[in-house]
Design a protein around this ligand. Structure first.
Ligand SMILES: [Zn+2]
Length: 255
């Protein structure tokens, strides 16, 4: 993965920089790829460029490898496509694998729908913590690094990519936006009512895949259930500048 990110970063006249500044519980470096045209190496340079920063992370749950693969493909596409309209207005910061042991410590997947690789990484980090419940206490160095990154780079968009298994519904992809009560109303309603449904429509038109809000049927099949709207989840965190720039920040979770 490191070689891939390095090659992507160096492709086409140095549009990207690869950094390994975030540290995991085990002291391993977590690779971060910054794609910008012209390239930027620091948050100060990013701010000076006047472009919005999009921050995407995968594998916050080590077993959920789809996001890692998808983000690497996206980074490659952004770096190598001849015409890059996105980089005219945006800077992409990509962390494909938030837990560096994600593909090393493997186990068999759980859940009834084992439609995936024969072995996947463990859900927790090396401390045994579920990182997507650590956005309030910040007990893991991985999530402290995310918050530190957000404070420095001030991303306008935060994408957190997950994979689910064992879900039984008709949707290939599910998504969600911020739902915590402390989030600004206009941000919550824009993401929920406008942005995500529009993204879903475009996805269906382009690929035929259906998508909907994250969740599953209750056991009696009478309602659609999801996780709580509490700030310990990355999607609801205020860490990524939601309070500083209430109308600019969008938190999206793709599953
Ligand atoms: Zn997950």
């Amino acid at each position: 993965m490191l070689a891939f990110l390095r090659a992507t970063g160096q492709a086409r006249s140095q549009r990207g920089t690869t950094r390994r500044t975030r540290t995991s519980f085990e002291g391993r470096k977590i690779p971060l790829l910054i794609l910008a045209d012209p390239p930027v190496a620091t948050p100060e340079e990013a701010a000076k460029s006047g472009k919005l920063v999009v921050f995407a992370q995968g594998n916050i749950h080590a077993g959920e490898v789809d996001g890692k693969e998808a983000l690497m493909m996206l980074a490659r596409e952004i770096a190598l496509t001849e015409d890059r309209p996105l980089l005219k207005h945006l800077i992409f910061a990509v962390v494909p694998m938030s837990i560096p042991t994600a593909t090393r410590s493997s186990r068999r997947p759980i859940g009834p729908a084992k439609n995936g690789p024969p072995e996947v990484g463990k859900r927790a980090n090396a401390q045994g913590f579920d990182l997507n419940r650590d956005f309030v206490k910040l007990e893991s160095p991985e999530m402290r690094a995310v918050v530190r990154f957000c404070n420095k780079w001030d991303p306008a968009v935060f994408i957190d990519a997950h994979t689910t298994n064992g879900s039984r519904h008709r949707y290939t992809l599910t998504y969600d936006g911020p739902r915590m009560a402390a989030m600004p109303d206009r941000l919550v309603s824009y993401v929920r009512d406008t942005m995500l449904p529009e993204v879903g429509k475009r996805l269906e038109k382009k690929t035929g895949f259906l998508s909907f809000f994250y969740g599953n049927f209750s056991r009696d099949r009478k309602k659609w259930e999801s996780y709580g709207a509490t700030p310990r989840y990355g999607i609801n965190t205020s860490a990524c500048a939601a309070h500083r720039h209430p109308l600019r920040v969008v938190l999206v979770r793709l599953l």
